[in-house]
Write a protein that binds this ligand. Structure first.
Ligand SMILES: [Fe+2]
Length: 392
């Protein structure tokens, strides 16, 4: 990779080196960081390193550092080792907080009236594929047309995102009205906006909701941008936001008997409703009103917690925050399950049928595909900090 920014000054002391770059940025690299990242230790990116952190001398110091004749940064350590670093590599991996924040995630919020990004089912590896993944990352949802109605069609779309997750629902879950519904999605009832799988330690990352057949009255899809709602909630009620982002509550799903499309499960996860990362950016939502277990939080904060959750829930259910659309056969929503809450309006099956197919892809698999595709298409942003989801 070519870097136009070059070192202008290089200083060193026992604790490390400092480089001033031609763009004015200053980077500090600690002695142990430099020794740890010496290229003689193998390829760190590929996790094939031969040098171990546990073998480092914790009292290591830098004896000398200078730019050598090749323009590389040469560092001599007190253990006798000499390392050379490509300045471009050092700049790309600068550990200063402002550098990390400079890779901040690029997202756009949606609310009622925001047009969805729409695509015709793209072929793998091209610009349209890259645009689709970017849209899901940026907006939290995209609408894909021309998806064949059979299972192979769903799989074709899913394969663009990543490997399909196998769960107690199976790989593909066909949602149709069942006379003895064991899962509320199989009824004709409305579903309030929610994220799926909050009771799993690692909820679904990206979900695909593929419309196969719909000839009912009602049954519109609902989408709510949980990140946008949470951000607004933080602005309006910082104390409430603090509670929802720091206090864990139980999410539960209990199905004692296996059914046609599902195994018996007893899933329990303690987690916060809103997750923030180390830079205080919102990175994941768990919200499913039917999946909350009895709260076991400190009684002294129980009332405040409930009031915060009630207010957050009202905002989630506010039509001003909701995109409502009717999915037609051959269309599929691809959405970030830990950001874009989904629901539906009630419907009637009198003279009609509604069949949608659901499958999910783990979040890290999607992000891996996104980074690789950006590299392959020579687009920037492979090092963008992506929202890791709600890991709390
Ligand atoms: Fe759902």
């Amino acid at each position: 990779m070519e870097f136009e920014v070059a070192p202008t000054t290089l200083e060193f002391g026992e604790t490390g080196i400092a480089i001033r770059w031609s763009n004015g940025h200053r980077s500090r690299f600690h002695t142990l960081w430099l020794r740890d990242n010496c290229t003689s230790g193998g390829d760190k990116r590929g996790a094939h390193r031969t040098a171990l952190i546990s073998d480092l001398d914790p009292n290591l110091v830098v004896y000398d550092a200078h730019l050598n004749d090749d323009g590389d940064v040469e560092v001599s350590f007190s253990d006798g080792h000499v390392s050379t670093f490509d300045p471009g590599w050092l700049l790309a991996n600068c550990p200063e907080p402002e550098t990390r924040l400079g890779r901040s995630r690029r997202i756009a919020h949606f609310r009622a009236g925001t047009p969805l990004r729409e695509f015709s089912l793209p072929s793998a590896g091209g610009d349209e594929h890259g645009d689709l993944l970017d849209a899901v990352k940026e907006w939290g949802v995209a609408l894909v047309h021309d998806v064949p109605g059979d299972e192979a069609g769903t799989e074709q779309l899913a394969a663009l995102i990543g490997k399909v997750r196998d769960s107690d629902f199976g790989r593909l879950f066909d949602i149709v009205v069942e006379p003895d519904a064991w899962e509320s999605s199989q009824s004709t009832e409305a579903q309030d906006p929610h994220t799926d799988d909050p009771y799993r330690y690692s909820p679904s990352g990206t979900s695909i909701l593929h419309c196969v057949e719909v000839s009912t009255t009602g049954g519109d899809s609902l989408l709510v941008d949980g990140f946008a709602v949470a951000e607004q909630f933080r602005d309006d009620d910082p104390d409430g936001f603090e509670l929802l982002s720091t206090v864990s509550v139980p999410f539960v799903r209990h199905r004692a008997e296996s059914v046609d499309q599902g195994e018996d499960v007893h899933l329990v996860a303690d987690a916060t409703v809103i997750a923030v990362d180390r830079d205080d950016e919102i990175c994941g939502i768990r919200f499913h009103q039917r999946a909350f277990g009895p709260f076991d939080i400190n009684p002294a904060i129980m009332g405040d917690y409930y009031r915060a959750l009630i207010e957050f829930g009202r905002r989630i259910n506010d039509p001003v925050n909701t995109i409502q659309l009717r999915l037609e056969p051959g269309q599929a929503l691809v959405y970030d399950n830990q950001r874009a809450l989904h629901g539906r309006t009630a419907f009637s099956i009198a003279g009609g049928r509604r069949h949608v197919r659901l499958c999910t892809i783990d979040r890290d698999q999607f992000h891996s595909r996104l980074r690789r595709l950006r590299e392959e298409l020579e687009r920037p942003g492979a090092d963008e900090r992506l929202a890791v989801g709600n890991l709390s």
